[in-house]
Design a protein around this ligand. Structure first.
Ligand code: HEC
Length: 186
């Protein structure tokens, strides 16, 4: 008797679990979609944008083909691989700039990556290259934070390299510590 009633309820129980499972999974998968286009995205954007780690990879991957080191494929005389190129005055009238430090509104780079005009958008539609919302926001925020251009990290001087203090002729550093000579021990 107990066994029989168990058999009747098992399918009901299982489908109940299945439906609850669906209800739990569906809304959470919808949320991820939403996060991509909602302001929630700003949460994952780094607080301080670093040129070498956040900006340069985007530029070299999505812009260099047409605005990089290769003069043969360079478009609009604009290049983002060197500082002088990225901050240069543009156009025949030399009246606008791709990057204006702390002025993302007037930076044509920002205008061209955010525009909804298909003819103006960068990278161009026909290139099949695109930027994600995250990448657009990173570029914009970098400009807003002052567009600090850094040389490649491997050319930067090494920071925080403290030279061990020398006291009484001995190097006062655990790793470099030399045990007292028999004379010092007295
Ligand atoms: C497939 C080639 C191609 C790629 C990739 C590309 N661009 Fe361009 N870009 C062009 C061309 C062609 C022009 C000139 C025509 C125009 O202004 O639309 C241009 C113009 C521009 C201008 C305006 C220059 C001016 O004189 O006003 C900016 C700013 C710009 N690109 C930024 C970018 C950025 C940022 C990226 C990467 C996210 C990028 N482009 C990727 C082809 C490209």
């Amino acid at each position: 008797m107990t066994r029989r009633s168990f058999n009747i309820f098992t399918p009901i129980l299982l489908s109940g679990i299945f439906i609850i499972g669906l209800l739990l999974i569906l809304p959470s998968s919808c949320k991820t979609e939403e996060a991509i286009s909602s302001p929630a995205i700003s949460k994952v954007i780094p607080a301080k944008i670093d040129f070498n780690f956040h900006v340069k990879p985007i530029l070299s991957d999505r812009c260099f083909v047409c605005h990089g080191p290769d003069a043969n494929t360079r478009e609009a005389g604009l290049r983002f691989d060197i500082k002088e190129g990225a901050f240069a005055a543009l156009g025949d009238a030399k009246d606008h700039y791709a990057i204006i430090s702390k002025d993302s509104k007037n930076s044509t780079l920002v205008q061209r990556i955010f525009t909804e005009n298909e003819e103006d958008v960068m990278p161009p539609t026909e290139s099949n290259l695109t930027l994600t919302n995250y990448e657009r926001e990173v570029l914009k925020k970098w400009i807003e934070q002052g567009a600090e251009w850094k040389e490649h990290w491997s050319f930067l001087p090494i920071k925080n390299s403290k030279i061990p203090k020398v006291e009484n002729g001995k190097i006062n550093n655990c790793l470099l510590y030399t045990s007292p000579s028999p004379r010092d021990r007295g």
